[in-house]
Design a protein around this ligand. Structure first.
Ligand code: FAD
Length: 597
């Protein structure tokens, strides 16, 4: 790492982010996929179900589906080789923070750890390149009072601020705009991580915004409650991050999305604090200001505390699974579930490509796929039921509730599945599908070691367009990749992850082997942009839950129209006239250095 002449620090707290997370990949330092000396893939560490296990089908899957050659490695540079730009110094802010007793540091590594999220660009820049502009200073408020104090100091010393929660953003929301000349402060919310109170009568909980999902859930569970919000990033993402990105969790059918769970919050802006005077379940008092803050992506101010709904822990949690002969049948099944409003806590339909990928991740002893290949069940599925292994797909579900409620849900789903030629696949396969969720996030890093560029992206779409959108986008990805010179098989796969009355959320995985290409990332960008254009042409949205950040900003105008964008700009210039919150997410601000207007 390039040295920096002077490191200025005050009372730097020990931080999980700096101690146990990777600097150039996803998740915990000790947890990653690797190829053993005998050529099989295993998962290291001891934090996940698959830790320490061998996945004998994974390497062949990578070879067949992405043309990966273990002889061709694209290892990451080391942290020592990484060139970190020097900070924009601002003596005034250092002095003011010290006077106010605020913890801060401008150490290169601490700044780097807060300079990015987890897009493919972020990862490629870390592994093989550099990040041209990173925060100049990191601060750690311990309370709302500290947040107010930091904002005052930043305004007075002409600094910009970017709040950071878990740093799991996949929209470039945390990237510092390259043209920003001011000293940029990354406000790390990690020390504001407490549950403040739990109200058992009204079933609400007040927590500080920096609390990480897994901690919030663990502490609520210990008291007999759950908040029910379970994004796939729950291990690292925060309450404040969820609100500011309008996050969605896998169990939204039962508990709701973050906007349904949010009752109240405190929001510190450069104009003062927004705080509703009463904590009521609903209010008819003009447009809802909470809806302006939800999804504001750090552009307007800092969420410091929030009150959310909580629920008694369910009596039963049970998994289920089904296989369907085709994706079409699976979508019809989901459509009917939504019509009848009988969706269990979570439902996922994976296409054939993802079904096969899921099987490739299983250890030999527990592979459903493996047993299908060799046992009577394969005969049952393929011969008697007429399923083709190249087309079948799977549904996994989570049931949560009272005993009789779950029994009834299970009974109705089993009955309905039969109508669409679905075959029950058992609880164990359902459970495995969900448990894999957290490990799958590590898979991209393995691919990147062998030249694979991969990403996931998502959308929401009306029911009548789900199938067209899924088929068209997958075909487009393969077509564009070929046209742009990708020489190996391309992964284009999707799953339906949320159902609504009027439509669904569709989540895509896309990846290709960049071996032999000099401009892999450019090709990647062209394909992703074309895929997003296709999504929109097919009636989908720019995002269901990942948000806009800077990555999807180009589609904001066509999504909302000029009048609405004008309104968003007016809100921004009213609440943050000096553009202190200068991450440049969502919209361009007239007069700001990044503005194209
Ligand atoms: C493997 C993986 C799985 C994911 N799964 C899901 C999923 O299932 N559902 C889902 O919705 N998303 C998912 N995401 C995306 C991401 O986790 C969410 O966007 C999440 O809500 C971000 O929270 P965070 O705390 O990490 O925020 P960060 O990444 O730190 O920040 C995101 C944005 O919020 C702002 N921000 C953060 N905290 C505050 C605050 N207190 N006040 C004001 N602004 C703030 C930041 O400035 C930034 O603009 C996933 C991402 C990854 C990498």
């Amino acid at each position: 790492m390039a040295s920096q002449t002077e490191v200025l620090e005050n009372n730097v707290p020990p931080s999980y982010r700096d101690k146990i997370l990777k600097w150039n990949g996803w998740g915990y330092n000790d947890s990653y996929f690797k190829v053993n000396s005998d050529g099989h893939v295993t998962f290291t560490g001891d934090k996940y179900d698959i830790s320490g296990k061998v996945m004998p089908h994974l390497r062949p899957w990578f070879e067949a589906n992405l043309g990966v050659d273990l002889g061709y490695e694209t290892k990451s540079q080391t942290i020592d080789a990484f060139v970190i730009p020097p900070p924009v110094d601002n003596d005034e802010i250092y002095d003011m923070l010290k006077e106010r007793g605020i913890s801060f540091s401008n150490s290169p590594r601490i700044r780097l750890m807060r300079a990015h999220g987890h897009t493919v660009h972020d990862m490629i820049n870390l592994r093989h390149g550099k990040i041209p502009r990173i925060p100049d200073l990191v601060v750690w408020p311990k309370s709302e009072k500290d947040v107010v104090s930091i904002l005052e100091a930043a305004q007075s010393a002409h600094c910009a601020i970017i709040p950071i929660g878990g740093g799991t953003s996949v929209s470039s929301a945390l990237a510092v705009p390259e043209l920003e000349k001011r000293c940029v402060i990354s406000m790390d919310m990690a020390l504001m991580d407490r549950i403040i109170w739990i109200d058992r009568n009204n079933l609400t909980c007040r927590a500080q915004a920096g609390i990480i999902g897994q901690k919030l859930e663990r502490e609520l569970n210990a008291k007999g409650f759950t908040c029910g919000h379970e994004p796939d990033s729950i291990e690292f993402s925060t309450l404040g991050g969820w609100i500011s990105t309008r996050a969605s969790g896998m169990k939204k059918n039962k508990y709701g999305n973050i906007e349904d769970l949010l009752v109240h919050l405190n929001f510190v802006s450069t104009k003062g604090t927004i705080q509703r005077q009463c904590q009521v379940p609903r209010i008819s008092a003009g447009p809802d200001i909470l809806q302006v803050i939800l999804g504001s992506e750090g552009t307007l101010g800092v969420i410091t505390e929030a009150t959310i709904k909580i629920f008694p822990l369910p009596q039963v949690k049970k998994y289920g699974s089904f296989v369907f002969p085709t994706f079409e049948r699976g979508v019809e099944f989901f459509r009917e579930i939504a019509k009848l409003r009988i969706q269990p806590a979570s439902l996922r339909l994976v296409d054939n490509e993802q079904f096969i990928m899921g099987q490739a991740l299983k250890t030999e002893d527990n592979s459903w796929w493996h047993s299908l290949k060799s046992s009577l069940s394969k005969m049952y599925i393929t011969k008697w039921k007429g399923f083709s292994v190249d087309q079948m797909c799977a549904v996994t579900c989570v049931y949560e509730g009272q005993n009789d409620e779950v029994d009834e849900q299970e009974r109705r789903l089993n009955e309905l599945a039969e109508k669409f030629q679905g075959v029950a696949g058992g609880e164990e396969n359902g459970k495995y599908g969900y448990r894999l969720t957290f490990a799958i996030a590590y898979l991209r890093d393995l691919g990147m070691n062998y030249g694979v560029l991969g990403e996931s992206f998502e959308t929401s779409v009306p029911w009548d367009k789900v199938l067209t959108l899924c088929n068209n986008v997958k075909q487009l990805i393969r077509r564009e990749a070929k046209k742009l010179g990708v020489q190996y098989p391309v992964l284009a796969s999707c799953r339906v992850t949320q159902v609504y009355d009027t439509g669904a959320c569709v989540y895509f995985y896309f990846g290709f082997n960049s071996r032999g290409l000099t401009n892999g990332l450019e090709i990647y960008d062209k394909i992703e942009t074309a895929a997003r254009d296709e999504i929109i042409a097919c009636g989908g949205s720019i995002s269901h839950h990942h948000g806009v950040g800077k990555l999807r900003k180009q589609w904001m105008l066509s999504t909302h129209g000029a009048v609405s964008i004008g309104l968003l700009k007016a809100i921004k210039s009213e609440i943050d006239p000096a553009n202190v919150f200068a991450n440049a997410n969502l919209i361009d601000i007239i007069g700001s250095p990044h503005s194209k207007l």
